[in-house]
Design a protein around this ligand. Structure first.
Ligand code: GLU
Length: 309
């Protein structure tokens, strides 16, 4: 295998002069305080090797990357009936768009746009109080990463709760179509808290390893999901993981991945490794600008694209 440590160091070195490019998300006030020059990257291979560089062990707000974990939980609880509530087609519109939702009568296009993830939070809430559902999500992510130190940043959750008017609009709109089972405040309480999970690149890469290894985390030996489900979650990440920039990410990187407005991207090279990268400046689609470039460089250097070498 290629010398992955040398590759991540080379990527870091090449991108260092560009750190700070892109625009840090400031519509969630707490995120605006992050240093735009941060950069971290961790690769965990299916054989358990860890290669990392930069600020890879500093926690950041994972935001929408968490939508992969809540989808996995919802599928575990509800199986295929999950798809009665949320579709699995790319949206081609912005992460927080309300336009499609009206045409599609409150059924969001996919689980990774905000409306879709709000529908998934509603499914995770089934049989729980919001506090229990949030606890279940945190325990699940700790189990995936095999790390009990992972926690939610309460300041970020509060900041989003205070300013998430558009998410309230999306949730109320779905509720008006009878597409939510629980009160809007409860559903959004769960949604804002899982988006506020703080994780490092290393924790994030470890928590995605089951998706690179047919559903089983080779580091812990835990079977998280079936092979088929792992494949399908990867398919959704590839087609929908970067909002209206998903096509461009597939073209340039060619790996299933999920981004968040905190500047994190989690990506999966099936059979090989999971990767997490963090750089807070975003491109016009709300995806990490330097993070996408780092993954493009990694895919080029390793030949890891799912579309061929
Ligand atoms: N919590 C963010 C929001 O709802 C997530 C968006 C993202 O990371 O893309 O606006």
């Amino acid at each position: 295998m290629a010398d992955l440590q040398a590759i991540v160091e080379e990527i870091h070195e090449k991108l260092t002069p560009r750190l700070g490019e892109g625009k840090v998300a400031d519509y969630i006030p707490q995120l605006a305080h992050v240093d735009p020059k941060k950069f971290g990257m961790t690769i965990v291979t299916v054989d358990g090797e860890v290669h990392k560089v930069g600020d890879c062990d500093e926690p950041f707000s994972i935001q929408s990357v968490s939508k992969v974990f809540t989808l996995t939980l919802a599928l575990g609880k509800h199986g295929e009936t999950t798809w009665n509530r949320v579709g699995r087609e790319p949206s081609g519109s912005a992460f927080n768009s309300i336009v499609q939702l009206e045409h599609e009568e409150g059924k969001p296009r996919n689980p990774f746009i905000n409306a879709g993830a709000i529908a998934v939070s509603d499914l995770v809430l089934a049989g729980h109080t919001p506090r229990e559902a949030i606890g279940e999500i945190v325990r699940f992510v700790r189990y995936l990463a095999d790390d009990d130190t992972i926690a939610i940043d309460p300041e970020v959750a509060k900041s989003e709760q205070a300013t998430g008017f558009r998410n309230f609009a999306l949730a109320n709109f779905m509720r008006s179509f009878n597409k939510l089972d629980h009160p809007v405040e409860h559903v959004l309480g769960v949604y804002f808290h899982h988006c506020a999970l703080a994780m490092t690149c290393t924790q994030l890469a470890k928590s995605a390893l089951f998706l690179a290894a047919s559903g089983r985390n080779p580091l812990t030996g835990h079977t998280v999901v079936s092979k088929q489900r792992a494949r399908r979650i990867n398919a959704l990440m590839l087609t929908c993981g970067h909002y209206d920039g998903s096509g461009d990410f597939a073209y340039r990187v060619g790996l299933p991945g999920k981004s968040g407005v905190g500047g994190g991207i989690m990506a999966v090279a099936p059979g090989k490794a999971s990767v997490a990268v963090w750089s807070p400046g975003l491109n016009h689609n709300g995806n990490s600008l330097i993070g996408s470039l780092a993954l493009e460089m990694l895919a080029t250097r390793t030949g890891w694209s799912v579309f061929g070498q």
